[in-house]
Design a protein around this ligand. Sequence first.
Ligand code: C5P
Length: 326
Amino acid sequence: MTGVTVRAPAKINLQLGVGPRRADGYHDLVTVFQAISLHDDVTVAGAGGPGGDRVLVSGEGADAVPAGPGNLALTAAAALAQAAGLPRDVTGPIEITIRKRIPVAAGLAGGSADAAAALLACNELWNAGLSHEQLREVAADVGSDVAFALVGGTAVGQGRGERLTPALASGAYHWVLAVADGALSTPEVYAALDRLRAARDPAPGGSGSGAALAVAGPEPDPVLDHALMGALRSGDPAAVGQALSNDLQPAAISLFPALRRTLAAGRELGALGAIVAGSGPTCVFLTASAERAVDLAVSLSGAGVCRAVARAAGPVPGASITAGTP
Ligand code: C5P
């Protein structure tokens, strides 16, 4: 088949520190991303014939992925054409085929992975010649997690999550993923966090009662967890497991209370660390080895606390071309 195929990884946030809501509605983050072996495959080819762009989606959660204008891979292709100065009547219509393995709206950045894949594939297909750095700039405009899906590995993200610095990490990390029976919308989880924080720290002069509440200030800016970074440098999964943190977790649980039971089950079954992935509702569990991950996956399946269980290892490289000719 003509076309370019790209493999793009899901991500886990080992730390997700969330600052106050900004004027533009986003939140400043300090996050530590790790790309994992769970991935989607995206093929972009010239569509030929009459009609416009087409998106075909198959696999995990395919029905929930928009095949029209709301598709992030399609948005990414349009953004690349614009950045490269290629009018769409020159590039011609495209067909994007997405083979999904990353669950949809699950906190694992599956849509961002597809967008990153489309950027890389279109750059090749159209001979657009954008450098990696230029692709990362386009990626940042498409979505907060898209640049990381290009870069992969382990990296610290700042700003909306799009300003990336590679992180020193050694060793391999073996994860078990508990895929929830349901989805969460990222903006709704951030909004729930804002509400939880506002209820905890009412604005001075607001309807809060009691002098103790009046001393609460604005949410401080998040800081990088140096215990986590040290644990990653030394490749110590037990210490990484201890240091996992996610400021969005209480918000995700407030919208999806069943996650509390899923996390507790993973901890009781011996996970080194248990955390909601990004904005959820997937829960991820760190284990000491590939064998332990198999054991935990089997036990977790039996516990009936999630829709599906998967295993993945990290870190893995970012989006890469696996097949194709322009
Ligand atoms: O950038 P992206 O489109 O992936 O973000 C989706 C939504 O998540 C944003 O519209 C915003 O509501 C929320 N978000 C945020 N702060 C971030 C990243 C995302 O509030 N750093």
